[in-house]
Design a protein around this ligand. Sequence first.
Ligand SMILES: Cc1ncc(COP(=O)(O)O)c(C=O)c1O
Length: 411
Amino acid sequence: MIEGKIDVDWDTLFAERTQQMKRSTVREILKLTARPEVISFAGGLPAPELFPVERIRQATDTVLAERGREVLQYSTSEGMPELRGLIAKRLSAGKFQIHPDNVLITSGSQQAVDMIARILLDEGDRVIVENPTYVGMMTSWRPFDLHFSPVPTDHDGMIVGELDGILAERHKIMYAIPTFQNPQGVTLSRERRVRLAQILAEHNLPLVEDDPYGELRYSGEAVPSVLQIEAESRGFSSVEGNVMYCGTFSKVLTPGLRIGWVVAASPVIDKLVQVKQATDLHTSTFNQFVSYEVARDEAFLDQHIATLRQVYRERRDLMLKTMDEHFPEEVIWTRPEGGLFLMVTMPPRLNAREILKEALAADVAFVPCDDFFVGDAGHNMFRLNYSNARPEMIVEGIKRLGAVLKAAVRE
Ligand SMILES: Cc1ncc(COP(=O)(O)O)c(C=O)c1O
């Protein structure tokens, strides 16, 4: 028996790379919003009332009844062949045909983003990102001790013209969310995608195209993925170029099943499989089978996505209209054509973290954007989600937030 209180000083034991790790601000704020009276625009959560619960229950029964022994067993690291085939087919268009071998199933697209860093990044590497960018990528990649080079953005997404200057120095990789960006909601225009594809080729620069929201368009004209534009611009009809495309069922089916994927050239998939084997062997066999059983009925899936689009379009429009009516004129915001978020910019003298305290006192929540920025920008910006709250809650929450903002602006 060891006598006395054991007091291990873990901080002296943790690996050096953990010093760059910190808890996600978004997830911490989500804890604050757990009180039922809080109207939260903070998370990136889909509307739970639209989850296809009955379909998933039926699919669960079916796979257990028909292939029970298989679905409860270990499976291949690449993922379920039928699911890879379905994803390859859904992302193929015209001459651009994706082979299932170029698809790797991951535990959500977050794992895909994380694993890509593990195969490509060394300490000190330079990485190009939109500014602001997805905080979950920063959380995953920061421990590699990278240099992030920010590209400014406007209402057409990343200002691709700025890349020439940045690329005067060698960069290892670029990460971007070209469609309905998190946190801004903006979309990279077709012209910029074409130019970006040229730049990637000229500089032999790999791009991580993170696309969780691409299917959730509510207005405007659809634009092909950079993956597709890049392949076509090189005259490739298949995936051989330098785009690694990450997708997910989280926003169009359910995030709880944790099914995502990477589409990439064969050498990349091959290396990612090695990381997958080291990380978790494979994505849950059971969840892959259930997801496939639901999604293979593409008429159902497409109808479900159409419903999501309709509901989210209404919620986006309602939020924008209520903001127009109740936010002070000193405050501006983005007007996304799809996705789940918009971003608000307050006058520079206001700090979003301070405003969040006032907002929480009024039982309404959002996510301050400073953590989404490389460098010091963003203190006066915050992100609003419009998919999760019901219409009456959107109106009430935005009114409350409007009152908080009006008081702050007048102070
Ligand atoms: C840009 C971006 N990438 C990745 C993810 C992670 O999604 P998943 O649930 O597929 O892991 C999110 C989630 O909000 C996201 O916004």
